[in-house]
Design a protein around this ligand. Structure first.
Ligand code: UDP
Ligand code: MG
Length: 331
């Protein structure tokens, strides 16, 4: 199980999964760095300069899978020019802007490496950290995720809403996600293969990454501000993502009505019984009040219970439609 509370507080790498890791070596392995990009012409050169410096030190083969998510600037052109000169670079242009989650999924579907790191183009995910990620992978961890130990580069509103989101998500979701994590992480190929077994269309990657399990560990890092350009995430898109996350990983909002319905029906019948008894013992004070009230309460109770029952069926139907595997085998 992922220890969510632990992952937030202590410093240093944080083990978050049971099981005794085995050791492995980066020699002969290939790393795929997946970079979704939307209008990132201003950071591209900076990004590949940093990646060049880092990859020279890593000591394993590398490919960069750059997904152009329908950029309207020179991103795609620049990528194609870079790819013509650098065989490690592969460009995957999407037909239009599908959003980061889709772009990342496309990238993960096209990797050829044994290890995968999704990376934001704007250098908010420091590539230097990959070295540490790989060391932990060598110690046997299948997923090494970055934890944003400091979110001062985000606005106050974003930090607040992000905090609420993790609270709400982790209180209703089937499986918790460690707070303040993003897509920046290292995953073994076996994890990506497991992700491919999830056929759902509404993909909230952060949640899926946690859901599949495996041996996971977190590494805290300070998230710097965007190197250049502007964020493509407008507030409405973030809200949509938050709702996508909660609705993909929880049927609580749908099924809560069966509890509310039964409780409301219980209270309503108690009050109705009280009204009937009062009329029987003390007679009517306002003619029609008791009978009308009892009818209204009865109808309300029946409706709430009916909605609750529908919610229960719909929740189960939703689980089936998502078609997630019942279990995932580690090896
Ligand atoms: N991105 C994308 N498609 C989109 C929006 C963003 O591929 O529709 C990419 C973007 O180019 C960057 C990453 O997703 O590499 C993170 O986006 P951004 O920096 O705008 O988000 P923020 O860091 O503000 O959450
Ligand atoms: Mg960013």
């Amino acid at each position: 199980m992922i220890e969510v509370a632990d992952a937030m507080t202590s410093a240093g790498p944080q083990s978050a999964s049971e099981g005794r890791p085995t050791t492995r070596s980066r020699r002969g392995a290939k790393l795929s760095i997946v970079i979704p990009m939307h209008n990132e012409e201003q950071v591209l050169n900076m990004l590949f300069q940093r990646l060049d410096e880092v990859s020279a030190r890593l000591g394993l083969a590398i490919e960069f899978v750059c997904v152009d998510d329908g950029s309207r600037d020179e991103t795609l052109l620049m990528l194609q020019e870079l790819a013509a000169r650098d065989a490690r670079l592969r460009v995957l242009p999407l037909a239009r802007n599908f959003g980061k989650e889709a772009a990342l999924t496309a990238g993960l579907d096209h990797i050829t490496g044994d290890l995968v790191v999704p990376l934001d183009a704007d250098l908010q995910d420091p590539p230097e950290l990959i070295e540490e990620f790989i060391s932990l992978w060598e110690q046997g961890y299948d997923v090494v995720y970055g934890i944003r130990s400091d979110r001062t580069s985000d606005s106050v509103a974003k930090r607040l809403t992000a905090g609420w989101f993790y609270k709400v998500f982790n209180s209703v979701a089937d499986y918790p996600i460690p707070p303040n994590t993003g897509d920046f992480r290292l995953m073994d190929r076996i994890v990506v293969d497991a992700l491919r077994q999830l056929p759902e269309r509404n993909r909230f990657n952060k949640g899926l990454f946690a859901w599949v399990g495996f041996r996971q560990i977190g590494v805290p890092y300070v998230r710097p501000p965007r190197a250049a350009g502007t964020s493509s995430w407008a507030s409405p898109a973030l809200w949509r993502l938050a709702f996508d996350g909660i609705t993909s990983f929880s049927t609580t909002p749908l099924r809560i009505w069966s509890v509310v319905g039964v409780s409301a029906a219980g209270l309503a019948s108690l009050y109705a019984a009280f009204l009937i008894l009062r009329v029987l013992i003390f007679g009517r004070d306002v003619p029609g009040y008791a009978s009308l009230m009892v009818v209204v309460l009865f109808c309300f109770a029946v409706q709430m219970v009916a909605i609750g029952i529908m919610g229960e069926y719909l929740g189960r139907l939703y689980q089936e439609v998502k078609g997630r595997p019942i279990y995932i085998v580690r090896k």
